[in-house]
Design a protein around this ligand. Structure first.
Ligand SMILES: [Zn+2]
Ligand SMILES: [Zn+2]
Length: 764
């Protein structure tokens, strides 16, 4: 029997698994990787062949994802033995590229065993664990097409690699202290620091307050002892990072629990082989305030490389592990570049000579409304695909995202592959990362796109790029793409009520949108309501200064009486700034941005009046709201009103009017912040109820960056469900702009699908 297995079947120990299975059942034959997956041939007793096939389907290796198994009977060859064959490079490239996984428990027990030849070996791995995506140059997955190709296996490693009963049978990244990459410790100029055990010296340096650049799986981190306030302050100063939280790496779950709270769902997410950074409620007073100054949460991860285990195993069980970059640049992953960019930031470099081919940031997730949700989907998950609801063969799509948190998305035969996170492409280095991500997707998946999908905004660099490909262009409205990302994840093609809340996206009517309720499916979308337009003088500059937005809203609510309230509520807004705003207000363009409404609320409550990093003010507001007791807070009413165009709109300013009265009346910041969140959730429900009445639609899909706010998501989804709505939200890709390219690709795919089928019908 010839068995063709498709899905994530390479780099996960499938061939050795098949070999052990065949030996147990007394079957002969072979297993080999092909560009489309895995081909196994088995022959022998009929019942045993049947059992073999069942096992392939039902009990594949733990890291494999079997999508499709096809079988075919052939003439027997009289083979008695089972062998693992080399890879066949021909055929359509369909195999999935495995993501990078944390070092497994079996490797870890060898790692800590002084009698094992890989005792403390910084590159220990097996077929169940270790780097994959970041070291793969091309498919099919074999050592020669990885950055391990330059390391010749020693005799003992070769024997393990060739032994079907060994856990490292065909582990392509296999190595040992004798034949593998070497760890080294250098000073900040790349000069070797003499030492026998670089990791041990590095750990000692961390314990004395040093800042280290540490080469990991997908790039460099900057590390210091999280308990050392002076070191954390120094790192913040060198990274030129005002208040953006630093991620932590803790030795184990026990060490996590000493600094943060977590429940079972959070522990499972934290401990999974993908090892994302998980946002957890802070325990106050344990670690220095400088780690995450405005936030009620810490981003924490567990060690995922052997080196991490060495560094956290000593005197510093909790380290700051922040990406190796200056402010918003992409993470450094190439050695020379790292030395150049991080030389002034780090006291020393703990590095090695295994090249990182594909840059990959840490993924960031949290548990909200009962499910894991991603704020950034990268290492451990990329490039695992999302299945689109229709085939794309013959017209593969490249989608380019928007401007912030950019990812690219490439389709292949109905699967959508998202790149790692390239970042804010306004920065040159992020732009270069984007271009490279597009190139890597095309190479690894062997796809030349025939269609480009992009944002509606004509001057985004990603839109220009899509246009310059010369391919047929599908321009997708920003908020429609957000909702489409949810629909694609859930493989839904029906019409829904889409609630898209974020900072900014160009609307169908040319306005700056961001608080929209749409009636849409994957192909089409129309605005059915949302936030009422607010003046937005100064555009981007106002987005960076929440106090300005707050002042604009005060002016709208109280007219000339706004000044006295501004004196009290916005003391840091200068008289000059006010004057400029007063003058430009009348001619200012309108926006409907939920992000700006959150900014204004944060500024009015004195929580944050400077968005030094993306969404700082809304995050700080969510943090404050989390401190209040839910039942004592109430909410501020702002009913949905039907505008001239039949759209149901809520006045964000009216919500803030209630909050201002409450706050000036002496309520705590936390209670006001909580009531503000509740009010937005209630207003959302109100609009959805009215749109449901108009359209009969009973499903609400929630997306956009504001829904990365766990409290807003939980309250909105909760209220909608209580009122009989089916609620869909993002669970695989981020609700923010990181998930946008998936939505764009899904819209382009579905529009083509619909138009082809319509033409087909007329033909019939
Ligand atoms: Zn392992
Ligand atoms: Zn070796």
């Amino acid at each position: 029997m010839r068995i063709e297995v498709r899905g994530l079947v390479q780099g996960v120990g499938f061939r050795p698994h098949a070999c052990r299975l065949a030996e147990r059942l007394g079957l002969g034959g072979s297993a080999r990787n092909t560009a489309s997956g895995l081909v196994i041939e088995v022959e022998g007793d009929g019942e045993c062949v049947g059992e073999f096939l069942r096992a392939v389907r039902e009990t594949p290796p733990p890291m494999a994802h079997v999508r499709d198994v096809r079988t075919e009977y052939m003439e027997p060859l009289g083979e008695r033995l089972f062998r693992v064959a080399g890879s066949a490079g021909s055929g359509v490239a369909e195999a999935l590229v495995p993501p990078d996984l944390a070092v497994c428990d079996e490797c870890l027990s060898e790692f800590w065993d002084p009698s094992n030849r890989r005792h403390r070996h910084p590159f220990i791995n097996c077929t169940n664990c270790g780097p994959r995506h970041t070291i793969i140059l091309d498919m099919p997955y074999d050592r020669v097409r990885t950055t391990m190709s330059g390391f010749a296996m020693c005799g003992r490693c070769r024997a393990e690699y060739g032994d079907p009963l060994n856990r490292r049978f065909h582990a392509e990244a296999i190595c040992c202290p004798e034949c593998g990459p070497q760890l080294r410790l250098t000073d900040s100029r790349g000069r070797m620091v003499a030492s026998g055990d670089p990791a041990a010296v590095a750990a000692e340096m961390l314990a004395t307050g040093a800042i280290l650049a540490v080469k990991g799986i997908g790039g460099y981190h900057l590390a210091c002892d999280a308990a050392n306030a002076a070191a954390v302050r120094e790192l913040r100063c060198r990274k030129r990072r005002d208040a953006k939280p630093f991620a932590l790496m803790a030795k184990d779950a026990g060490a996590v629990l000493r600094v943060a709270e977590m429940d079972g769902g959070e522990l499972r997410l934290l401990h999974g082989p993908e090892r994302p950074i998980v946002l957890l409620a802070k325990r106050n007073g344990v670690l220095p305030e400088e780690i995450a100054p405005d936030s009620g949460r810490f981003g924490v991860m567990l060690p995922y490389t052997p080196v991490h285990h060495l560094l956290t195993g000593g005197d510093c069980p909790v380290l700051v592990m922040t990406s190796g970059n200056v402010s918003d640049e992409p993470i450094a992953h190439e050695d020379d570049d790292a030395l150049r960019r991080l030389g002034l930031l780090a006291d020393a470099f703990l590095t090695h000579d295994r090249r990182i081919h594909t840059r990959t940031d840490d993924s960031v997730a949290h548990v909200a409304a009962g499910h894991p949700r991603f704020l950034r989907r990268s290492r451990g998950y990329a490039p695992f695909p999302v299945q689109l609801p229709c085939d794309t063969t013959g017209a593969e799509i490249l989608a380019t995202g928007a401007e912030l948190s950019v990812t690219a998305c490439l389709t292949r035969a109905g699967s959508a592959y998202m790149s790692h996170h390239a970042g804010d492409v306004g920065h040159l280095s992020a732009w270069e990362a984007f271009l490279r991500a597009v190139g890597d997707l095309k190479t690894i998946f062997g796809v030349e796109p025939a269609v480009a999908a992009c944002d509606l905004h004509p001057s985004f660099a990603t839109t220009r790029y899509a246009r310059e490909t010369g391919l047929p262009l599908v321009r997708v409205q920003h908020h429609h793409a957000h909702i489409a990302s949810v629909l694609a994840e859930h493989r839904r093609t029906d019409r829904v009520i889409g609630v898209a809340y974020d900072g900014f996206g160009l609307g169908d009517d040319g306005r700056a949108w961001g608080g929209e309720v749409l009636v849409c499916d994957l192909a089409t979308s129309r605005r059915a309501g949302g936030l009422r337009g607010m003046p937005l003088p100064g555009g981007d500059a106002t987005a960076r200064k929440p106090a300005r937005m707050a002042y604009v809203i005060l002016r709208g609510l109280f007219g000339d009486d706004a000044a006295a309230r501004a004196d009290r509520l916005l003391p840091r807004l200068s008289p000059e700034e006010r004057l400029v705003l007063d003058r430009t207000l009348a001619d200012a363009p309108e926006c409907t941005s939920m992000g700006r409404l959150f900014d204004a609320a944060a500024a009015l409550l004195g929580v944050c009046d400077d968005n030094t990093h993306h969404a700082r003010a809304p995050l700080a507001l969510e943090g404050r709201a989390g401190l209040a007791k839910p039942d004592e807070c109430g909410y501020y009413t702002a009913p949905a009103v039907c505008g001239g165009s039949g759209q149901w709109e809520v006045s964000g300013a009216e919500i803030l009017r209630g909050m201002i009265v409450d706050y000036l009346g002496g309520r705590t910041v936390g209670a006001c912040a909580r009531a503000f969140h509740e009010s937005v959730a209630r207003a959302t429900l109100d609009i959805c109820l009215r749109v449901r009445k108009d359209t009969g639609l009973e499903t609400a899909a929630l997306s956009g960056g504001c829904f990365m706010n766990a409290l807003l998501l939980e309250r909105s989804a909760g209220l909608l469900r209580e009122n009989g709505f089916e609620v869909l939200a993002n669970g695989i890709v981020p609700a923010g702009d990181g998930g946008l390219s998936l939505g764009q690709a899904a819209v382009a795919a579905w529009r083509r699908h619909v138009s082809c089928n319509t033409h087909g019908d007329t033909g019939d």
